[in-house]
Ligand binder design. Structure first.
Ligand SMILES: *Cc1c(COP(=O)(O)O)cnc(C)c1O
Length: 433
């Protein structure tokens, strides 16, 4: 498989190059050059196949022989090595729990897969030290740090907005030992992201360091997110229509679901559920793409007003707004409504959700009001509630227990540096290597 740039000013390139570059030279996002259709026989046998086999079959279409079968199977196996339950919450409503991985967030899947691919490719492309540079609104940082924990000759540099991530997230980013360089920025996530972009364009940095990105734009983070749509489908024991509601920020997760559908996975409809940073729900409604300033919310991993991955969704639908509307509904919720949903799920269903997952639930319910409810409604639970402990405990008026993996890091000392400007970031990067 070759990868084209969605800015259309760079030559198609290999999977390996796309993973290493992150963004194409013309600053476009990479996108697979060809549509992939899975054989009908494969789709029909999904319910009986082994998980590793399914995920290998899906992803190998995008990698070909750039990673040999045995190695790719090993990487797939590693990536989905934790449980991914599909829990029934109400009549026709299911939660796909993606928060049982090493940092209790769905980003563990993409981060682990990417780290393994990069580790596999690294010796063949540079003798320079590799630094993974990533901006995070909370969950990416921890997931990337853990993803690279067994690839210690790759350095990881994580930039996050000061005071805008939770205590657990901060611990997950800042307690990993010396291979992780944690940097907090006085500003919001968009500022962090713009600093990272600047570093990638900085020739002085690029001469010295092999910089690589681990944000959700990287194809090795984006594509493996298809795994759990297939694995969820495998678990469903009826032939009703399947609708997925995806709490969305940068739109990588939902875009992987949409790609799965384009390969032939039986999914009827998607719901893009957002917080008040609602650029896409507004776009779906009015046809006008107009990002506002980013507003802070309690679902801060979705505080994104200009979602990078949306261009890939437009590409899948040939930029046809009618097709987008037919396949995706967009709904947005403020913090008050989100908290009410957390509380309702806890009191009436005894089910604990974090603010992001609660938005997924809300979107699903809103869709189901206006549509035939003879369907499987699946909302994606993207993070464990403990990662947003303060707001969840406050909302449900009771305490959440710490999972064992979190208890272990709470008492570790945080190791981080504070910066205000790009020049400080540059200095850190140059002096570190
Ligand atoms: C990153 C994140 C999201 C948003 O996912 P995108 O792929 O950026 O749309 C939602 N929920 C949680 C908990 C996240 O960490």
């Amino acid at each position: 498989m070759k990868y084209i740039s969605l800015n259309h000013n760079s030559a198609p390139t290999s999977f390996k190059k796309a993973v290493i570059n992150g963004l194409a030279p013309d600053k476009g996002l990479y996108f697979p050059e060809k549509d992939v259709k899975l054989p009908k026989s494969f789709i029909e046998s999904l319910k009986t196949l082994d998980n590793n086999e399914i995920c290998y079959e899906v992803i190998s279409n995008y990698i070909d022989d750039e990673i040999p079968k045995n190695k790719l199977l090993e990487i797939v196996n590693d990536t989905i090595s934790f449980k991914i339950p599909l829990k029934k919450i109400e009549q026709s409503v299911y939660s796909l729990e993606l928060f049982h991985g090493p940092t209790l967030a769905f980003k563990d899947i993409g981060a682990k897969f990417m780290a393994s691919c990069l580790n596999y490719f690294k010796d063949s492309y540079t003798s320079k030290k590799i630094t993974v540079l990533v901006a995070t609104s909370g969950d990416t940082g921890g997931a990337v740090a853990k993803g690279f924990s067994n690839t210690k000759d790759i350095d990881v540099c994580i930039i996050y907005p000061k005071g805008k991530i939770s205590e657990v997230q901060k611990k997950q980013i800042t307690t990993n030992g010396s291979y992780v360089n944690a940097i907090e920025v006085e500003g919001d996530f968009d500022l962090c992201q713009s600093m990272v972009k600047k570093a990638f364009n900085d020739q002085e940095i690029n001469r010295k360091i092999a910089l690589t990105s681990a944000n959700s734009i990287n194809v090795a983070r984006w594509l493996p997110q298809m795994f759990y749509y297939f694995l969820a489908y495998k678990k469903i024991k009826n032939n009703k229509k399947n609708v997925f509601s995806v709490p969305s920020g940068n739109f990588g997760n939902i875009c992987a679901g949409i790609l799965s559908k384009s390969m032939g996975l039986p999914i009827d409809h998607f719901i893009a559920a957002t917080n008040i940073n609602d650029t896409i729900p507004r776009y779906i409604k009015d046809g006008i793409f107009e990002p506002n300033n980013t507003c802070p919310t309690i679902s801060n991993a979705m505080d994104v007003s200009n979602p990078s991955n949306f261009i890939r969704i437009q590409k899948i639908y040939n930029n046809d707004l009618q097709k987008i509307r037919k396949n995706i509904s967009g709904f947005s919720y403020d913090d008050k409504t989100t908290k009410e949903a957390i509380k309702k799920l806890f009191t009436s269903e005894n089910y604990l959700t974090d603010p992001h997952s609660a938005i997924g639930y809300l979107g699903l319910k809103q869709y189901m009001i206006n549509n035939d409810d003879n369907l499987n409604g699946i909302f994606i639970s993207t993070a464990h509630s403990i990662k947003f402990k303060d707001v969840v405990e406050d909302t449900i008026s009771s305490k959440i227990k710490y999972p064992a993996s979190i208890k272990k890091i709470l008492n570790k000392e945080s190791n981080t540096q504070s910066i205000e400007s790009y020049s400080e970031l540059k200095e850190i990067l140059l002096n570190r290597n």
